[in-house]
Write a protein of this length. Structure first.
Lengths: 636, 112
């Protein structure tokens, strides 16, 4: 038996799914987390259920990619039972989707999730009455506490065996007559498997995808247009507006019938929420929270890194005793160990605390509040508040930062946000800023580089939004209530993301490390240094030996500093490089081409063509900035 | 295919009608500037309002509809725009943030 979960964004479908199937998808207290659907098999007793977690959709009018996927799946008729997951605290608007689902005429169960939230808001919902109106089972759950989940399979079986198809809720009589007219017009040979009424309503709503199938019947399209025109004449509004307001009216009728709104509980949560979003105090709190998280990430990361690196260093020390030095095998082994130590020893210690911090922020629901606070600032560079989330994540690592850009609605905003995220110094580049500029020149210069970076990002953002001048749709976003995160969820989420990193980024790090080692074995690094010396020495004024370091920072940024030490044959860089050279080098490292793992994820998110464009743009930007800074500094 | 004279005459009339409609519309718009029209950014925090009209494109309207904001709905303004920032609305027990640009296109009236 196949069960599909469908519901509005942030209704808790994924949480229910994870509760039933073990941890399979990422959840967050943020609308629109699931983009693709996940399928899992669950055995209950001796029965196997196949459950499908569909992306959250607000309505069956497919306006974005996620909605389109979900609708296609339901219409394909693969699901035996549809479970409509509803965030009980937003019942009034969630019922609109339920009404549309009834038109599909598939056995259905209504699942009122987050009942605790609704109660806190002073809502009382009569689920028995709701069940009688729609003629399908209604269950109450609190998914993040696991309450009521056991009822899901039971009621799905009931809905399936008794063929509990939801009752259609009818609009006003005059509209129903028009729907009936359209129904009769639809020829029997098309849309055989779809309910007639659904097709008729969608035609009146002017659904482009369904209308396309009618292109073969021009006289039919004309008749339908005539009916639409009639509706327009009698109601004074376009037929799609008429249908949607009819649906809204019906929804409000049902909502008023099944629920009672009482006084909401004014709890601590409300007070905290008011403080977090306060127009004056909100901003210092935002800075404090982010600063606290980064402090914890760096301190905890250091605690993990030191012992891990000691292990890898000791392995590297005994290596010459095992394999003959200068042999091909030795270089391959060295590359492997350095790859592992870079990924496991340096990246993962910082990623674990960072992912935990991020998971806590997500589950509490602070991220949408952050977007709310930062909306004004983001508008200055032609984006809106939601873009701030990928930026913040990018300070930890660009890979999840670029991935997070998918929460934005328009492809243009997604592209610009992903590009700007790449320019943000991740943890690896931060070590270079502190290790080179911080250590040799001073903390103030390092802080200055961060501010310089932010200014450049804003300018680049401004230029990009000028070149792609499509108007950003503006911020329209639900702010979900603050929630106390469940420890199990945070643990599972961190684990899930870590697994993602290990699968995508770690192999790339190891392969490129071995590759680098092989280059050294065949002495190709010297040739490369000579080849790119016009750029490195003439344009940037850096020592020729640093060429290979810059080039291979593409593969592994976190090794750039160690490699620079190796290339210059000293750890006292200020004896061989001037302050200007150090700053030029660091600026180049900050801005040019993201590491190979970031390029990989960019290809996945924005496509290979745009990923290549961004990569080249960052190289040009880095060249330009470091040359200009070098010239300015040498004049001063 | 050439149009018959009657049809050409008809379409000429229809075209004329369109121009008439449009000029009436423009005239109405000019007048409405002088009427005191309140939008969501002109309201004080904590006031319940009724939405009269949502100007702006179909996409914005659809997006608002998805979040349960329709013409005729009664909503409460929880936080008003500060320094060009977004506003916060409460609709039947849940909160929605709306950027200033979109909020300035939503006409409302205060209710007691």
């Amino acid at each position: 038996m196949k069960i599909a979960f469908i519901g509005q964004p942030n209704a808790g479908k994924s949480t229910i799914f994870n509760g039933l199937a073990g941890y399979k998808t990422i959840t967050a207290n943020f609308p629109g987390q699931t983009v693709h659907y996940t399928i899992s098999k669950v055995k209950v007793g001796d029965e196997t259920f196949e459950i499908v977690d569909l992306p959250g959709i607000y309505s069956l009018t497919a306006i974005d990619r996620a909605e389109f996927e979900a609708r296609k799946y339901i219409l394909s008729g693969q699901a035996d039972v549809v479970i409509n997951v509803i965030d009980a605290s937003t019942l009034s608007r969630s019922l609109e989707l339920t009404l549309q689902l009834t038109e599909l005429q598939v056995p259905m169960v209504i699942c009122l999730n987050m009942m605790d939230e609704a109660r806190r808001k002073g809502m009382q919902i009569d689920s028995y009455k709701l069940s009688r109106i729609f003629g399908v089972p209604v269950i109450e759950t609190i998914a993040n506490k696991g309450a009521g989940l056991d009822k899901i399979f039971e009621s799905s079986k009931e809905a399936y065996s008794k063929k509990l198809i939801p009752k259609i809720q009818y609009f006003h009589k005059d509209i129903e007559e028009k729907i009936e007219e359209v129904k009769k017009l639809i020829p029997s040979e098309i849309f055989k498997n779809f309910p007639r009424r659904y097709i008729a309503v969608k035609l009146l709503e002017g659904d482009t995808e369904i209308a396309e199938d009618f292109d073969k019947y021009p006289e039919l399209t004309e008749k339908i247009n005539k009916i639409k025109e009639e509706i327009r004449n009698t109601h004074g509004k376009h037929s799609d507006v008429v249908i949607s307001s009819e649906r809204h009216a019906l929804t409000m009728d049902i909502f008023e019938e099944v629920s009672k709104l009482g006084e909401p509980l004014r709890t601590m949560r409300e007070k905290i929420d008011n403080l977090l979003m306060n127009k004056y105090l909100g901003y210092p709190l935002l800075i404090f929270i982010l600063f606290a998280i980064f402090m914890v990430v760096f301190e905890a990361g250091k605690l993990l890194e030191v012992p891990l690196m000691n292990i890898f260093e000791s392995i590297e020390k005994i290596l010459p005793t095992l394999i003959q030095e200068d042999s091909l095998h030795f270089f391959i082994a060295k590359g492997l160990i350095e790859g592992f130590s870079g990924g496991v020893g340096i990246a993962i210690p910082y990623l674990i605390p960072f992912f935990i911090g991020l998971a806590i922020l997500e589950d509490i629901g602070y991220l949408p509040r952050m977007a709310f606070l930062m909306d004004t600032v983001m508008h200055r560079i032609g984006l809106h508040g939601k873009s701030v989330l990928p930026f913040v994540i990018s300070y930890g690592c660009n890979v999840p930062g670029v991935m997070a850009s998918r929460i934005l609605e328009s492809p243009r905003d997604r592209f610009i946000t992903a590009t700007l995220s790449v320019l943000i110094p991740c943890a690896a580049r931060t070590t270079i800023i502190f290790g080179l500029v911080g250590a040799y020149i001073g903390g103030l210069a390092a802080a200055g580089l961060y501010i310089f970076n932010i200014i450049i990002i804003m300018i680049v953002g401004k230029i990009m939004t000028k070149f792609i001048p499509e108007i950003s749709p503006g911020l329209i976003m639900e702010i979900p209530p603050l929630r106390i995160p469940a420890i199990k969820n945070i643990y599972m989420k961190t684990w899930f993301r870590l697994k993602d990193f290990t699968v995508i980024a770690l192999p790339l790090l190891i392969i490129s490390s071995v590759f680098l080692s092989l280059l050294q074995y065949f002495k190709i690094d010297v040739i490369i240094n000579k080849l790119i010396s016009p750029f490195v020495s003439f344009l940037l004024g850096l020592p020729e030996a640093s060429g290979i370091v810059l080039l291979f920072g593409i593969l592994r940024k976190e090794l750039s500093m160690i490699m620079l030490f190796q290339a210059m044959h000293t750890t006292d860089l200020n004896t061989v490089m001037t302050n200007i050279q150090l700053i030029t080098f660091t600026i180049f490292i900050i801005f040019y081409m993201p590491c190979i793992a970031t390029i990989g994820v960019m290809i996945k998110e924005v496509g290979i063509r745009k990923a290549i464009i961004i990569t080249f743009l960052t190289i040009i930007l880095a060249m330009f900035l470091s040359t200009v800074v070098r010239l300015i500094l040498s004049i001063i | 295919m050439t149009k018959s004279p009657e049809k050409r005459f008809l379409s000429a009339i229809l075209g004329y009608k369109k121009i008439l409609y449009r000029s009436v519309n423009i005239f109405y718009n000019i007048i409405s500037i002088y009427k005191v029209m309140k939008t969501l950014i002109d309201i004080e925090s904590g006031k319940p309002v009724r939405i009269l009209k949502i100007a702006g494109g179909k996409r914005v309207r659809q997006h608002l509809q998805c979040l349960g904001i329709h013409t005729g709905d009664i909503v409460t303004l929880k936080k008003n725009s500060f320094l060009g920032g977004p506003i916060l609305l409460e609709i039947n027990g849940y909160d929605v943030a709306i950027g200033k640009g979109v909020a300035s296109k939503i006409e409302v009236e205060e209710i007691e």
